[in-house]
Design a binder for this molecule. Structure first.
Ligand code: 5AD
Ligand code: SF4
Length: 484
């Protein structure tokens, strides 16, 4: 077994949100620069990392179970280093070593840059290593902010899951403190990255062939930075990156309803590369529950926002998140959330059963009094309603022509492909309003904007075929016939 990182094997498991996916991409890139190679087999790995999520208890259970299965794994590989990184590391800290003493290092979201050094140190001397940020109650805001370092090293094109799509972090942390949510604790105070750093990164990505960037922030539309005496909001940032050569599409997630200002909606309306799609979680359709969640808006405020979205950007797709079975939620209150879905006909909704999180206000002060079976039932009812609405609204797309950014082979074709060298395959992409489209086409279309006529649908996707009568625009290659 070698002590140098050359030919060392790295296994990483990532759960949670896009922010975690980006963090893992960057950590892997840093370790590959040191000579690590990725493996998909934990048993073969010299270093095992779990990039974790704390938003719901279930995600944490899964990680503790995976750690449990590794209890004796070092017997076969005494040099092996096991690390828990990300949100659970910041939240559970020493507790992880107590529950899983075979873990070597626990690294919070604000210390990811230290991982390569920490792995080396762990291999030299066996002891528990902890690198985390300050607790939100333990110091001044500035001190706490300084202890959460945004991790945005230079990007490695080889490490992106797709060569044509990239996440770009524009802010870290959150200051909203919704009573159910652990994110302000695990990701620290809200801090926006300087525009010049973000713009440099977007230009670099576009030069490397990236066609679509998704700007990431927990409350992305709260982005606010003063640089050289000028205030930059998200709308300014998008305008500044819009004409980056090679870039075809710009998305941004997740939006906070109260911060959805008209200047941002006007940018969505006016700038052709910006997706006509907004993810703006409502969480509940009942004012008492929203108040208990400390969301900072009422149903009426949310309705006003939806009105402005529809007035300024007609046809804009909106998706939402909902929590069902929050503390004290009656059946009537749940029905108000169902009413909100009926009223606004979201493109899709992510639905979650309330999961009490230690360290949050709701967990401290409110009883988790809705039985699991009721939460499950409400979850299913809401999912059925949303699916029905999504499907009904997708019917309106039949017969229309959509500009699709082609992402890659569809899941089905990946599963059943007999000849991966064959140019014709089933491809998947997204419309400008973020709807999934599946169609037959040439692999060379991957990464291009392609006109697709929709002729059918499934529960989750539109099905179409390539339109052959029109010349494409943007940076798409010229139109190719379907081979096969
Ligand atoms: N329980 C259930 N769902 C939660 N979310 C955040 N915290 C919790 C929790 N404690 C959901 C919210 C948020 C999404 C990312 O996760 O709907 O928008
Ligand atoms: Fe959590 Fe609320 Fe912040 Fe979203 S806005 S990350 S739900 S605290």
């Amino acid at each position: 077994m070698s002590d140098t990182p050359h030919n060392q094997k790295l296994f990483i498991e990532t759960v949670g949100c896009q922010m975690n996916m980006l963090d893992s991409e960057l950590v892997v890139a840093a370790l590959r620069k040191e000579g690590y190679q990725l493996t998909s087999e934990p048993a073969d790995a010299d270093t095992i990392l779990f990039n974790t999520c704390s938003v719901r208890e279930h995600a944490e259970h899964k990680i503790y179970s995976a750690l449990g299965r590794l209890r004796f794994s070092k017997r076969g590989r005494p040099n092996q280093v096991i690390g828990v990184i990300g949100c659970m590391a910041q939240k559970d800290q020493e507790l992880i070593f107590q529950r899983a003493p075979h873990v070597d290092m626990v690294v919070g979201t604000g210390q990811l840059a230290q991982i390569p050094e920490m792995i080396k140190a762990a291999r030299e001397k066996r002891e528990h290593r902890l690198a985390i940020s300050l607790d939100r109650r333990d110091a001044t805001r500035q001190e706490i902010s300084d202890s959460f370092q945004s991790y945005d090293p230079l990007r490695d094109p080889e490490m992106r899951p797709s060569p044509y799509q990239a996440f770009v972090r524009i802010m870290i942390g959150c200051d909203k403190f919704c009573t159910y949510c652990v994110v302000p604790m695990t990701r620290g105070p809200e801090q926006s990255r300087p525009p010049r750093d973000i713009l440099r990164e977007v230009t670099q990505l576009a030069n490397e062939g990236v066609k679509e960037v998704t700007l990431l922030g927990q409350t992305v539309n709260s982005y606010k930075v003063t640089q050289d005496g000028k205030l930059w909001r998200l709308s300014d940032l998008i305008m500044a990156m819009h004409d980056t050569p090679g870039l075809d599409r710009i998305k941004f997630v997740t939006n906070y309803p109260k911060d959805m200002t008209d200047d941002l909606l006007e940018v969505v309306r006016d700038m052709p590369k910006v997706a006509r799609y907004l993810h703006v979680p409502a969480q509940s359709g009942c004012n008492e529950i929203l108040k208990r969640m400390k969301r900072g808006y009422t149903v009426e405020d949310y309705r006003d926002m939806m009105q402005r979205i529809n007035d300024i950007v007609p046809g804009c797709a909106v998706s939402s998140d909902f929590i069902v079975g929050f503390c004290g939620e009656t059946d009537e209150q749940f029905q108000k959330s169902m009413g909100l879905i009926r009223e606004f006909r979201f493109k899709n909704s992510f639905i979650f059963k309330y999961s009490p999180r230690p360290g949050t206000k709701a967990d401290d002060l409110l009883a988790d009094d809705i039985p699991e079976a009721v939460k499950r039932e409400r979850n299913n009812l809401m999912l059925d309603l949303q699916n029905e609405i999504s499907e009904e609204d997708n019917v309106a797309f039949i017969g229309t022509e959509q500009e699709v950014l082609v992402e890659g082979p569809s899941k089905t074709s990946l599963k059943h492909e007999t000849d991966p060298d064959s140019p014709a395959t089933q491809l998947v992409g997204r419309t400008r309003c973020d709807r999934i489209v599946v169609f037959e086409g040439n692999r060379r279309l991957i990464g291009s904007l392609t006109k697709i006529e929709i002729h059918d649908l499934t529960r989750t996707s539109l099905i179409g075929h390539i339109v052959t009568h029109e010349v494409q625009h943007g940076s798409a290659p010229s139109l190719l016939p379907i081979l096969g």
